[in-house]
Design a protein around this ligand. Structure first.
Ligand code: SF4
Length: 306
């Protein structure tokens, strides 16, 4: 038996600790997606299985792209006016909306993002009308105060990187920041939890902007673009006022939930386990690419022989 003293001569090498690479997490692509269905998130986002759902993004992507282009066209017109090259109103015209929408639609088509409905032309005309209304109603107040569109921000939160893309960052007359987020849909009804999710997204964006600028924005405006088609009492805006202490408290709670979800995701990644014991909501499952082989709902979607 070895003498106890002989252990003293043993040299024990300290295990080298691997530096952990911080992962980047976004509220929409990671946290909300994981919370919607852990299995779908694991397969599509983490393992990188290709999803057919990108075609469903057409409507939202088109609206976002054209609104961003309209702002750039406004800035271009201002430059022309300052250079003495024109005296016309800097607000983009209806013809500009049509031209930019056609360009954006072609770009999306080249990336394989197309409408899922066969009535393409009808859908395109509807979006065109919506955007013309937006340009006319909001353009002259909103475009001059926009600082940037499609703004990508990232903040180091210690264990992970918080990432987000904001549709618009604007500065009001008092020099305070505002975040605008466009949703290509009608105002959600009260019994849906969509509004809660969008509010959660805005609370996280509020924190992200604070990490970058040192202060919270004065407010976030969720803009439901399809409301502009309503003839009677459209309600396109949902405003979250960050001067209200209650909403600052909500930001802290949302960030806690965000960090806890990041921990859960990292655990699943480590174990390679994306198992679930109950299905996601009906709307999500009915368009999920994994539904035929999903252990918790394949009975609802049996494979039919050709
Ligand atoms: S079918 Fe439903 S429960 Fe199954 S992976 Fe897809 S979204 Fe999740």
């Amino acid at each position: 038996m070895m003498e106890l003293n002989s252990y003293k001569s043993l040299k024990i090498k300290k295990k080298e600790e691997k530096e952990k690479i911080k992962q980047r997490y976004s509220i929409t692509a990671d946290i909300l997606s994981y919370q919607l269905c852990k299995r779908q998130y694991g397969f599509n986002t983490v393992k990188g299985f290709s999803s057919t759902q990108k075609t469903q993004a057409w409507h939202g992507d088109l609206i976002h792209q054209v609104l961003s282009m309209l702002h750039r066209r406004y800035l271009h017109n201002i430059k022309l006016i300052k250079g003495g090259l024109t005296e016309k109103d800097p607000l983009p015209t209806e013809a500009d909306v049509e031209e930019l929408l056609n360009k954006a639609n072609e770009t999306l088509k080249s990336r394989g993002i197309i409408p899922i409905s066969k009535e393409n032309n009808k859908l395109i005309s509807q979006v065109k009308e919506l955007l013309k209304k937006f340009n006319k109603i909001e353009g002259k107040h909103l475009y001059p105060k926009i600082i940037d569109t499609e703004v990508r921000l990232q903040a180091d939160m210690g264990d992970y990187l918080l990432y987000g893309v904001m549709d618009v960052i604007a500065k009001n007359e008092d020099g305070e920041f505002e975040i605008w987020d466009y949703k290509g849909m009608l105002f959600p009804s009260k019994d849906e939890d969509k509004l809660k999710k969008y509010e959660y997204q805005m609370l996280i964006y509020g924190e992200l902007l604070k990490q970058q600028t040192g202060r919270y924005p004065s407010k976030c405006i969720l803009y439901f673009v399809n409301e502009l088609n309503r003839i009677k009492s459209p309600k396109p805006k949902y405003i979250i006022d960050f001067k209200d202490e209650k909403n600052i408290k909500k930001i802290k709670e949302a960030m806690e939930n965000f960090s806890n979800t990041v921990k859960e995701i990292e655990k699943c990644k480590e174990l390679g386990n994306w198992n679930i014991d109950k299905p996601a909501d009906k709307e999500t499952c009915s368009i999920c690419d994994l539904r035929w082989g999903c252990p918790v709902c394949k009975k609802k979607y049996p494979l039919k022989p050709l």
